[in-house]
Each structure stands twice: as C-alpha cells, then as structure tokens.
Design a protein around this ligand. Structure first.
Ligand code: ZN
Length: 203
C-alpha cells in the first residue's frame, strides 16, 4: 500500500485489516483507521469489546444457521412461526430483507454462500448439504421456498437442492419470476420482495 512507511506500524496493521473487508479499498481503509484514532475516549475500548463479543459469543443456530447467542436463534425460538414453511436464503442480509418485507411467517435456513461451479465453490463450502440432510429427515409436509439471488450461482444452487431432496414430504417453490437477472435480494424494495414471495411458484 502506498505511503505505508509514513505511518506507525500499528496504524498500518489496522489499515491492512480494514482493507480486507468487502467494499473497503485502501483509501477508505486509511480514512477509517485515522478516524478511529480521532474518536473520543472510550470509543476504541467499546469497538474492541464489540469485536471480542461477536468473536466469542455469536454462533450459528442449530436449526437454521442464522446467527445467535444460544443454541437457537430468536426466529427458531418463536413458536408462532410455521416450522413447515422454510425459506432458504444465501446469507443473513437476505433473511433481514425478507423479515423487513413482513410477508413471511415461517422459518429460515441460511446457506452462507451459493454453489459456484465457475469459482470453484462446492456444496461442501456452504451449508447446502446440511439443509438437504435436515429436509430428507422431515416427517410432516414441508414447503421449501428457495429465495436465492437470480444469478447463475443461485440457479446452480436451486438445481442442486432439487436433485438432492428425495423426501416426498417436501415440496419446493421458488420466488416468482420477474425479478431482474443478477438482482441481489437485499437490494430489492420490500414490496417487490413480498410480491415475489407471495406469488412463488412450484420449482
Ligand atoms: Zn434458527
């Protein structure tokens, strides 16, 4: 990184760590690091405490792989949510977008990535096999709603799940067509997203 030798090594280390985050280029990383240094007393201690807490206290829900602080996330703990309707999402941002749309009252499963043959991302690099194993063991009629981005990786993941599920208790549906190809679910407005869920189609 340019100007690297102009700054104390510990600031450089902070810049390098920030630079590893998505969407944070080297200039932004420098700006963030220097603004952290200018924050009032207590800010850095609180930041360090927050980082330590998410590192040690946050884990994945046993049922759905959402983030949580105990064995089950708040959605899985909620007995009002329908356990026989499971919405499959790529990541937590998509889960938040669907929750904000207010239309879905079932439970989720978070894949933490999509299968990407072109980029060498295998099913084993995501939670997709865990999902298929869970669903091949359900004994009550269950609807699986594939709410994945409309991209070639999203399509590859949908096809893999469809091929892997051998349980007749599970019916698979997909978000209504009409979403622009390449669209990111968490960038869609709530109305478009809720309509895509309400008008879902059998896969
Ligand atoms: Zn959960």
């Amino acid at each position: 990184m340019e100007n690297q030798n102009l700054l104390p090594v510990f600031i450089d280390k902070l810049i390098n760590q920030l630079n590893k985050l998505p969407g944070i280029g080297s200039k932004t990383a420098q700006r963030l690091a220097l603004s952290i240094l200018k924050k009032p007393d207590g800010y850095i201690e609180n930041l360090v405490d927050s980082l330590n807490k998410v590192n040690t206290e946050v884990r994945l829900c046993n049922e759905c792989q959402n983030y949580c602080e105990s064995d089950l996330c708040l959605i899985c703990q909620n007995e009002k949510r329908n356990p026989n309707s499971i919405c499959v999402v790529e990541d937590i941002l998509d889960l938040i977008a669907i929750e904000n749309s207010g239309v879905f009252k079932g439970k989720y499963f978070v894949l933490h990535g999509l299968i990407s043959p072109l980029n060498g991302v295998l099913p084993s690099n995501t939670k997709v096999d865990l999902l298929c194993k869970k669903l091949n063991n359900v004994c009550t009629p269950t609807e699986l709603i594939l709410s994945l981005n409309s991209t070639s990786d999203g399509d590859a993941t949908c096809h893999y799940i469809n091929e892997s599920l051998k349980n007749e208790m599970v019916s698979i549906s997909k978000l209504a067509s009409g979403l622009p190809f390449g669209s990111d679910l968490d960038y869609l407005d709530s109305r478009t997203l809720s309509q895509a869920i309400e008008n879902r189609k059998s896969f």
